[in-house]
Design a protein around this ligand. Structure first.
Ligand SMILES: C[S@@+](CC[C@H](N)C(=O)[O-])C[C@H]1O[C@@H](n2cnc3c(N)ncnc32)[C@H](O)[C@@H]1O
Length: 302
């Protein structure tokens, strides 16, 4: 009899254990789910984390590192040495206009083929009158429309100005859909030759020099050589990353007190990133953006 009672108790305990296991699992699951839900960012009962301001972001050491440039640019060269320095560093001391155009391309060039965008806007006149630049750096020159316009303005004012035109002279993928008349030889588009021909046709080859490299590498070298601009125009790649990189690199070679400006703050290109890059740059450096037509202007003295 005692044995029977003992067996009965054992069965009860084993049934209870069998029932308790799933209940415990279920309770644990419920608890985990509830805690997870409550701690999730979408839980409405908890306040959402405020978006950090740009100042907070830039003041974080890890974020500051992203904007920090450790190398210093060389001391500024005197303006009268700028042309000679570029000729020496880029062209082995010989002007690219000497013997131009070479026989194998002369029949492929048009006497003048000048096309730009906002290239003769009032902003050029305003800034050249104001800054009276000895050195202008243009980032993005294409066929030279804006460079030729600036050369004319500086001449009218009797300034002795050199304009350095940084451009890889590749245009952009597909640009020949609109510029079929710019010839190609074995895949090499004749953009730089046509740019040079345009300068020659406007008698501007003494005051303008092409610097035919990517904007990043060319601006980096100007910094290393101590070539600074009193006036810098940024008008190359119009996506955010290109504009951001160009503005940051160009600002390093802006002579203290100089002015940096660029096109497409108010055109469809601002959607691609120009405007966002300019705004972010100005906020980080505490600079004011002024607007002049379709152009943005940052005066380093304000
Ligand atoms: C809008 S066009 C410049 C127009 C010129 N400022 C004018 O108003 O007559 C842009 C030029 O930037 C050049 N470009 C674009 N991205 C570049 C880069 N990363 N490096 C060098 N040149 C670049 C293209 O080859 C093109 O000629």
């Amino acid at each position: 009899m005692k044995q029977e009672q003992h067996n009965h108790q054992k069965r009860l305990v084993s049934v209870a254990l069998k029932l308790a296991k799933p209940t415990a699992y279920f309770t644990l699951l419920l608890l985990t789910y509830t805690l997870g839900y409550l701690s999730s960012p979408s839980a409405t009962s908890l306040p959402s984390t405020p978006t950090p301001t740009i100042n907070e972001l830039t003041n974080l050491p890890s974020q500051l590192d992203n904007f920090r440039v450790t190398s210093h640019c060389a001391d500024p060269l005197p303006a009268e040495l700028v042309r000679q320095t570029i000729l020496h560093r880029v062209y082995n001391g010989t002007s690219p206009f000497e013997g131009f155009p070479p026989a194998h391309v002369s029949s492929l060039l048009r006497h003048q083929r000048i096309k730009g965008w906002g290239s003769t806007g009032a902003v050029f006149d305003h800034l050249i009158q104001k800054v009276k630049p000895r050195t202008i750096i243009e980032v993005g020159s294409f066929l030279g429309a804006s460079a030729i316009h600036m050369a004319g303005l500086t001449r009218e004012l009797g300034l002795d100005t050199q304009i350095l035109c940084i451009d890889d002279f590749r245009g952009w993928p597909g640009f020949r859909d609109r510029f079929k008349d710019i010839q190609m030889i074995n895949g090499e588009v004749l953009l730089m030759y046509q740019f040079m021909q345009n300068l020659v046709s406007k008698n501007a080859s003494e005051s303008v020099l092409p610097v035919p490299f990517s904007s990043a590498s060319a601006l980096g070298k100007l910094c290393e050589w101590g070539v600074y601009g009193d006036l810098i125009e940024v008008d190359a790649g119009h996506d955010f990353l290109s504009a951001w990189s160009d503005i940051n690199r160009a600002y390093r070679v802006l002579r203290p007190g100089g002015v940096i400006f660029g096109h497409d703050y108010f055109t469809s290109a601002d959607d691609r990133g120009v405007r966002r890059a300019v705004n972010l740059f100005a906020r980080i450096h505490g600079l004011k953006i002024k607007l002049d037509g379709q152009h943005w202007v940052i005066d380093s003295t304000n």
